[in-house]
Unconditional design. Sequence first.
Length: 247
Amino acid sequence: MPAFAIIVPCRLESTRFPRKLLHPIKGKPLVLWVAERITAQAPEYPLWFAVDDPLLAECVEGAGFRAILTDAGHQSGTDRIAEANRTVRASYVLNVQADEPLVTGAQLQALARLIQGDCPMATLATPFRRVVDFYNVNQVKVVMSSTGRALYFSRSRMPYSRDLGLTVDDAWVTANPCYRHLGLYAYRADFLEKFVRLAPGKLEQIEKLEQLRVLENGYPIAIDVSDDPTIGVDTPEDAKKFEALLG
């Protein structure tokens, strides 16, 4: 039974980008770019892929990685991770998204450090640099306390400048506590099981952000800031951007 494990939840179908995890980038499926990145950046942590379809299992296992086939009916990646960890049985679970091919070892080590503190869940944020990203509803914002606790997550701009309104610019965003939430999490195993048994909250259903379920139920989320560059592949256009970064 490992102390730590990285479990990557993988769903075959995607609304905005069908079968994106199998989408070839320079001849290699996206999910394998993620697998190889994690292995290179954080070899100290055992790695599993919690998949919902045999096609994904075949892809990752064919490349030498471990897959656990989970219930295709799960409503979230967290549900999928919880099921997989009943097999892995790690005390602490690090969750990397299967469409985040630029995750860094420093980010994973930060999560591992945070989750050994007094919060049952941890995550990361990164500063916004451009106002166009700050206005993008697909880039989730987070505000945090001075003690490193997440206060709220939203698709809306946070914080909102009452004085400047819609006239904020790149310089204002950079100079103020404007943070984008990164889709990286850590959980204590006992809390992971508790989390998936909680009913979705009203704020979660409005924003479509499941991390709000944790806050709505009164549990703290530890959070730290990462300056490492990252990219999430949510659309075919994002895949092209990642491919361009590879040169």
